[in-house]
Design a protein around this ligand. Structure first.
Ligand code: ADP
Ligand code: MG
Length: 462
């Protein structure tokens, strides 16, 4: 192993690759899988990475190596292959049967960048094999977007153009786009389906400009049957790219080709997007993916646990669905982490181990909602003063909202009962306990009250 190669540009390329993947897979998965990876060296287009254990090697190869390879090739066009080796020197000396640390002939498993003979696939980014319709769990928040995506995937002629999917980070936009692409490629292989990120589209366009190759660039895009561009908010504000995109877009629509786009906002809310482009985008079908509900999160966790082939107790799944609400990516990351931990240490997954393993993540999630915020929102909702959250007034008109706020504080933060009590004008923990019970009881009895509480909870979590 050559030490010199570990510093300098290659190391910074690796840092960049890691950074990208980190934002794609979320913090939890990053901590578990990427952080322990060490960059060793690169020669003849082959990058060597090492991980401490065989188990990690299997996991990284199964889940991340293709993506690593693609991202790295994006940073450095010379990269053709990424190998993952087991290098036990990082591990806490757990096993003597592993190969010597300095021995480079360890079992290597890797991924190769596709040579890309097919000119169509040359511009298309690789599709994630896990992002299929079969693996997409449908629930209220995404059923419309899912139905629209299915329709596009199964249609023999263009029905709405473009299909514009939008929603927050990690809610399944990319998954749905890949699913469409997989479906069309399988059912009608002769149709030329191109999927790429808006960033890549821009990058290619700029390169074509620099190389005075824009005619080819245009030709490439204009000969596709289905064009999918992910995260188009990225193009907003970039004038020349936007212009080119607009022309490509118009040309394709005029020829009756299908376009599918995604963004983090609706077309009307995309800042820096030209008006005429906005209105063109609005002409098709705009489908939004809403924040997940508890039910959907449980459904997704069940399905993922199933795919991982592990039995996870339902109270653990419910706990995760309850605690990790931001997006599906984080939820997945959390599940991967507890499964990996259980397999590493050879213990069963329980609620206790889950809390232990996800300690930092759960804290980070808790920090999203503070008791002060809860008090403010609840006071607004019931039209009482914030000071009433702390006051000694016992009139039901203020006592009930206060109880709701205490209940939500218990549900949405990791504060203890005495801590919560203190934040509500120095009340005793038994008062908080009473409030929690009272609210639970009322939720059972009174549907409209239950709905109110649920609405507040969702608002605070969202
Ligand atoms: P986005 O592109 O909206 O940021 P992704 O499509 O990348 O989000 O989704 C993030 C992760 O969550 C992916 O691993 C994806 O498979 C998963 N995911 C999102 N929604 C669902 C769903 N409804 N069912 C199964 N997995 C999902
Ligand atoms: Mg995406």
């Amino acid at each position: 192993m050559t030490k010199a190669t570990r510093d300098g540009p290659l190391q910074s390329q690796w840092d960049a690759v890691c950074g990208r993947l980190r934002s794609e897979i979320g913090e939890a998965a990053y901590q578990s899988w990427l952080k322990p990876i060490t960059f060793r060296d690169m020669s003849d287009g082959e990058v060597k990475l090492s991980v401490p254990t065989r188990f990690m090697q299997d996991w990284v190869v199964a889940h991340y190596v293709d993506r690593l390879c693609v991202l790295w090739a994006g940073e450095n066009p010379d990269v053709r292959r990424v190998d993952v080796l087991v290098q036990p020197e990082h591990a806490s000396q757990r096993s003597v049967e592993d190969a010597p640390a300095s021995e480079p002939s360890m079992r290597a498993v890797g991924s190769r960048v596709n040579g890309g003979e097919d000119p169509g696939n040359d511009i298309s980014a690789p599709l994630d094999p896990r992002f299929t319709f079969k693996r997409f769990v449908v629930g209220k928040p995404n059923e419309f977007a899912h139905a629209a995506a299915r329709r596009v995937a199964e249609a023999t002629h263009v029905s709405f153009n473009p299909l514009f999917l939008y929603g927050g980070v990690g809610l399944g936009k990319t998954h749905l786009m890949h699913a469409i692409a997989w479906n069309i490629r399988r059912s009608t292989p002769r149709r030329n389906v191109i999927y790429l990120s808006a960033e890549k589209f821009m990058y290619r366009f700029i390169r074509a400009l620099r190389e005075q190759n824009t005619v080819d660039f245009k030709e490439q895009f204009r000969s596709v049957d289905v064009l999918m561009i992910d995260d188009v908010q990225f193009i907003a504000g970039k004038d020349s790219t936007q212009e080119e995109f607009f022309h490509t877009f118009n040309a394709l629509v005029d020829q009756g080709r299908q376009i599918v786009l995604s963004a983090d906002k609706s077309p009307s809310n995309l800042e820096g997007m030209e008006e005429r482009l906005k209105s063109r985008l609005n002409c098709g079908l705009v489908a939004d993916i809403h924040a997940t509900t508890y039910e959907l999160r449980v459904g997704i966790l069940e399905s993922k646990a199933d795919q991982l082939g592990v039995k996870v107790p339902s109270n653990v799944l419910e706990f995760l669905a309850h605690k990790i609400t931001a997006n599906v990516r984080e939820l997945e990351g959390a599940l991967n982490r507890i499964v990996a931990h259980a397999q590493l240490v050879g213990r069963e997954i329980t609620l206790e181990t889950t809390q232990e393993v996800l300690h930092d993540l759960l804290r980070a999630n808790d920090r999203r909602v503070t008791i002060e915020e809860i008090q403010k929102r609840v006071a607004e909702h019931f039209n009482v003063r914030i000071s009433d959250m702390h006051s000694a007034r016992r009139a039901r008109s203020v006592a009930r909202p206060r109880q709701v706020a205490m209940y939500l504080a218990k549900q949405l933060t990791s504060r203890s009962l005495p801590e919560i009590g203190r934040k509500f004008g120095g009340r005793d923990h038994t008062t908080v306990m009473h409030a929690v019970r009272k609210v639970e009881e009322l939720r059972e009895r009174d549907a409209s009250f239950a709905e109110d509480v649920e609405l507040l909870r969702r608002m605070l979590e969202g």
